[in-house]
Design a protein. Structure first.
Length: 134
């Protein structure tokens, strides 16, 4: 038997090539899927981390949280936003299976999210964001 091009059916690929799904890209931060599939927990998660030292340094830098003290209602709203973010951060620090590096990175991301929300709430542009062009 042969196909349209005259090749024997034995040479025709009967199934697609297998692609290795366990490859990890070293460029950029690990994806949420890669982090979820990491088999190590606790101290082993720190020893066999998916982050490079430069990524850990960049992802755990300081966060600026800016509060304005104008109207009392707005002060209370800002304080509630900060309290909610700090509760989330406290819960993340209790997840010891993640390892200290991932805890630091996730806590910093939560704090940065709070800082951006506060900036927008106060009518400012968060650091790193650009205003929309009209």
């Amino acid at each position: 038997m042969s196909d349209q091009n005259g090749r024997s059916w034995l040479h025709r690929r009967t199934r697609p090539r297998l692609v290795r799904e366990d490859r990890v890209s070293l460029e950029g931060l690990p994806t949420a899927e890669e982090l979820a599939q990491q088999p190590h927990q606790g101290d082993d998660a720190d020893r066999f981390t998916l982050y490079t030292p430069a990524q850990v340094e960049a992802e755990s830098k300081d966060v600026k949280i800016c509060l304005t003290f104008g109207e009392p209602i707005r002060i209370r709203d800002q304080a509630e936003m900060v309290i909610a973010a700090m509760r989330a951060i406290i819960e993340k620090t209790r997840a010891h299976d993640l390892g200290s590096i991932r805890q630091r990175i996730e806590c910093r991301a939560e704090a940065a999210s709070c800082g951006r929300a506060l900036s927008r709430f106060n009518g400012r542009t968060p650091h790193g964001d650009s205003r929309r062009k009209r």
